[in-house]
Design a protein around this ligand. Structure first.
Ligand code: ACO
Length: 339
């Protein structure tokens, strides 16, 4: 059994502010019945104006470190999956490293052979960020069996919601999750296999503006292309296809079938996508975990928010097979097998 990458600790953080469907009715032409019947979403959590992605990411990281029973100084790599970073630069991982007290130069004026190494790296695989991050972590743990990886998936999607676009803006919320990954010591889950896919030809189906393709000068006002734009119906079709096919591929190469899966946690995009994926995989509804009703679609953080709730409900434990799968802008997608 491959025990290269083990989950030693897990933590999540969601903002306190709740945005309900009734709140949305006050700011756009929508209603509770439409949103719930189309998406299954009742509430989302929204960051205050003074908070950013690194805030929720930091608090999730603190909880994961506590859960793993390690000291933050043991961490060798911080990877942050996000498509809504605080800044284009510096990275969210550098901001969080500083708040964890891990800056190599704290009180030190020279780098010596004994100065601790710490690698901070952000990457953008949109909603697939956590699964992609597991594969990145596996590679780094294979390079160094003493590595201790803090993988954080954190998003502030509300910062890129166009609340004039009612078919998209009702879907998303903010939040973060984090895991401590290592190849030695106590753990509550092992990452057995990960498989990722990409189709850049379909990049226009979901885009978030604010990057360097926008030639903005001081004094300009932002326009619709600053926000998240999504072609919902096409995305739905590809999301279901990709999550189903990648999951079957992963199971097949591990000589497993869907009957061997004890718990299935798909990307918490919306209830209809989750139901369609579960039904095409022919997995019983009671094995499919969802909390999209409470948090909406939190992009890279969604699987971790669900994994944490599933763990608290006693549904995740070593020895039981948990299949996770995700899909997002890029297009990107991926599946992972945990037990
Ligand atoms: N409230 C009320 N009416 C609405 C709303 C709303 N919030 N939004 C759209 N409508 C109306 C439309 O105006 C339209 O009205 P019309 O027929 O009079 O023109 C009607 O509802 C149907 O609109 P559609 O956009 O075609 O609605 P659809 O049934 O396709 O549902 C939805 C939209 C829920 C977004 C669906 O396409 C979907 O689930 N897509 C997947 C998107 C997604 O979840 N992506 C995330 C995965 S990838 C990632 O995580 C980034």
């Amino acid at each position: 059994m491959n025990k290269l990458c083990q989950i030693a600790g897990l933590g999540i953080c969601v903002p306190e502010r709740v945005l309900s469907n009734h709140d949305l009715e006050q700011i756009m032409d929508t209603n509770e019945e439409w949103i719930v019947s189309r998406t299954g979403i009742h509430t989302r959590r929204i960051l205050d104006a003074s908070q950013g992605t690194s805030d929720v990411g930091f608090f999730a990281a603190q909880k994961a470190i506590l859960d793993a029973g390690i000291d933050a100084s043991e961490i060798t790599h911080i990877f942050v999956a996000t498509c809504t970073p605080d800044y284009l630069s510096p990275s969210v991982s550098c901001l969080i490293a500083a708040r964890l007290g891990l800056s190599a130069y704290s009180g030190v004026s020279t780098i010596s052979p004994t100065t601790k190494s710490l690698m901070c790296l952000d990457f953008n695989a949109a909603c697939s960020g956590f699964v992609y991050g597991l594969e990145v972590a596996r590679a780094f743990l294979a390079l160094d069996s003493n590595a201790v990886v803090l993988l954080i998936a954190a998003e502030a999607l509300s910062r890129r919601m166009n609340y004039n676009d009612r078919s998209t803006s009702v879907l998303f919320g903010d939040g973060a999750g984090a895991v401590v990954l290592r190849s030695k010591g106590d753990s509550f889950l092992t990452v057995h296999d990960v498989s990722c896919g990409t189709d850049g030809d379909l990049n226009e189906l979901i885009q978030i503006g604010g990057g360097t393709n926008m030639n903005v000068v001081v004094g300009d006002t932002v326009k619709e292309d600053f926000f998240l734009n999504m072609q919902g119906r096409d995305v739905f079709k590809h999301a279901v296809r990709c999550m189903v096919q990648e999951s079957l591929k992963l199971l097949s190469r591990n000589n497993l079938t869907i009957d061997d899966v004890d718990l299935f946690i798909p990307h918490q995009a919306n209830a209809r996508i989750i139901e369609a994926v579960g039904s095409r995989l022919e997995i019983p509804a009671e094995k499919v975990f969802t909390n999209v009703s409470e948090y909406g679609n939190t992009s890279a953080a969604s699987i971790l928010l669900a994994l944490d709730d599933a763990r608290k409900a006693g549904k995740v434990e070593a020895g039981k097979k948990t299949l996770i799968t995700t899909f997002g802008a890029g297009l990107t997608w991926g599946s992972a097998l945990l037990s």
